[in-house]
Design a protein around this ligand. Structure first.
Ligand code: ZN
Length: 249
């Protein structure tokens, strides 16, 4: 496909989900000139305010929005959309309303690839599971012109990817990753490790958990150096795992 037309739309639940799972991927494709957009369904206002607190609980949604904007800037995501749902209440969001909102954004951005959480939501967080389900639903609806004709021309996403249900260090330790279910794309993002670390640190209110997961562990460099995805329902190539999300497109 024409290089200039390539685009990726990330769809996640909270500010920081994108950086945890996809920061290196975003850096790599931004450097290649791929258009990157992000949908974040909530402002993560039920989360922690930091230790010591960066702000009050009332200020948290605005602060986390600012943190997300800064992280997105670092990793090259040029376009942000908020859905304005409440943190920890995404499972109760009206299905038709979310579908319409996501279909509208998908038809506007017209992404080649959409990336969201796997159906288990990475860590079984109900908001993560909900956004995975809503995204799969919306990708299908966006391609069908009978849904929401007022929300733009139908658009078929060429590849829907889920974040891998495996931990990155588990994947790194595999002798034969091609035989592992759920490991379809393995991206070496070691070149962008510093940028990923900087984007993680931009989520200041979430530093405690970020430190535990990424920085205060013995294999920190390994964790920061790879990002892994599972292909959803599109035809599965015999060549998987790929090192490039756009392979064979
Ligand atoms: Zn999250």
């Amino acid at each position: 496909m024409n290089e200039d037309e390539r685009s990726i739309l990330f769809i996640f639940a909270h500010p920081d989900d994108e950086t945890f799972t996809c920061a290196g991927t975003a850096c790599r494709y931004a450097a290649e000139g791929v258009r990157l957009a992000l949908v974040t369904a909530t402002r993560g206002e039920a989360g922690k305010c930091g230790q010591p607190p960066v702000c009050s609980q009332e200020e948290l949604p605005a602060v986390r929005e600012g943190e997300l904007r800064r992280a997105a800037e670092i990793i090259g995501i040029g376009e942000l959309h908020f859905l304005d749902y409440k943190d920890k209440e995404l499972t109760a969001a009206p299905v038709e309303e979310v579908r319409r909102a996501l279909v509208r954004i998908i038809r506007e951005v017209r992404p080649t690839i959409v990336i969201t959480f796997d159906p288990e939501g990475l860590n079984l967080h109900p908001d993560h599971i909900a956004i995975s389900r809503f995204t799969s639903d919306a990708v299908a609806a966006a391609a069908d012109a009978r849904w929401f004709p007022e929300a733009g021309d139908a658009h078929e996403v060429e590849r829907l990817l889920w974040t891998t249900p495996k931990r990155f260090d588990e994947v790194a330790a595999l002798d034969n990753p091609d035989r592992e279910a759920g490991v379809d794309y393995i991206l070496d993002v070691s070149y962008w490790r510093q940028a990923k670390a900087e984007a993680l640190r931009a989520h200041r209110t979430q530093q405690e958990s970020i430190n535990k997961i990424f920085f205060e562990i013995p294999n920190s460099e390994v964790i920061l150096s790879m990002e892994v995805y599972r292909q959803a329902w599109n035809p599965r190539s015999k060549q998987l795992p790929f090192g490039d999300l756009f392979a064979e497109l």
